[in-house]
Design a protein around this ligand. Structure first.
Ligand code: 6PG
Length: 245
């Protein structure tokens, strides 16, 4: 399936749309089933998490929702760099999601062993389709270098990994990371690619405008075989798109 591109005038509109999408996707799953949601890290999701915590606190059956992370920095859960800490403070602490439904990547653990442990935990707690876990919703961000999750250029080979999670290194900070691979990303039912701010405009235009020329960018490899990709952009991030609305 192709990309759907939605451009929002304000961050509030984007966050509100995301909350409505989450609500409708959860409602579409069977009432007795669980809903697996893979969270993204970085700063962009913060305002979305806050919107969900305030708007959906009482309207979502949180006991059906299981949250995972698409990547984590190899730091402890109290560290300000932790994607888990960011989600906990901006969202998870404000809703009645059972702690057992929060599947944290233990950034404080030895990276290689944690990537293996988490791969197993993920595969045991996400519905499988043809033997591969298929999450219901996967949030991804876009780095200015074209990375997504913690797959950084030129490591596009991670999109053909036979593992679910692998360890990577941030190219500048040399910070060790644990990241979902293409096996998770391209098996998701719905992927939301979030990009806001002018600093992302060039990459957005390159990836959406010139798929052939952006093959070496990890974010350009997000192409779930049987899933949909919804790009949610604010105006500044969309400014270099040719046929923007
Ligand atoms: C991370 C993220 C990463 C992020 C992008 C965008 O752990 O940092 O998973 O992929 O989504 O770098 O980050 P911003 O939202 O901070 O621009």
């Amino acid at each position: 399936m192709g990309n759907t591109i939605i451009i929002f005038d304000t961050a509030e509109e984007l966050a509100h749309y995301f909350a409505s999408l989450l609500t409708s996707l959860i409602r579409k799953t069977k009432p007795s089933g669980t809903f697996s949601w893979v969270l993204s890290g970085g700063n962009t999701p913060k305002f979305i998490f806050r919107e969900i915590a305030s708007e959906l606190k009482d309207s979502i059956e949180w006991k059906r929702v299981r949250v995972f992370w698409g990547d984590e920095r190899c730091v402890g859960p109290e560290d300000n760099d932790s994607n888990y800490k960011m989600a906990k403070e901006n969202f998870l602490d404000q809703v009645n999601i059972p702690p057992a439904n929060i599947f944290r990547i233990c950034g404080e653990a030895a990276p290689a062993g944690e990537a293996e442990r988490y791969s197993l935990q993920y595969s045991r707690n996400v519905k499988q389709v043809k033997g591969i876990p298929r999450c219901d919703l996967l949030m991804l961000g876009l780095g200015e270098d074209g990375h997504t999750a913690s797959i950084f250029p030129p490591d596009v080979q991670l999109f053909s990994s036979d593992k679910l999670f692998e360890t990577t290194l941030h190219p500048e900070t040399k910070q060790r990371r644990i990241t979902a691979t293409g096996k998770i990303i391209n098996n998701a039912k719905t992927v939301v690619m979030l990009a806001t701010g002018e600093s992302k405009a060039a990459r957005v235009a390159q990836i959406l405008g010139n798929p052939d020329g952006s093959e070496r960018l990890p974010a350009a490899r997000v192409r779930p075989e049987k899933g949909e990709v919804i790009w949610m952009l604010d105006r500044p991030a969309s400014k270099k798109l040719k046929s923007k609305k």
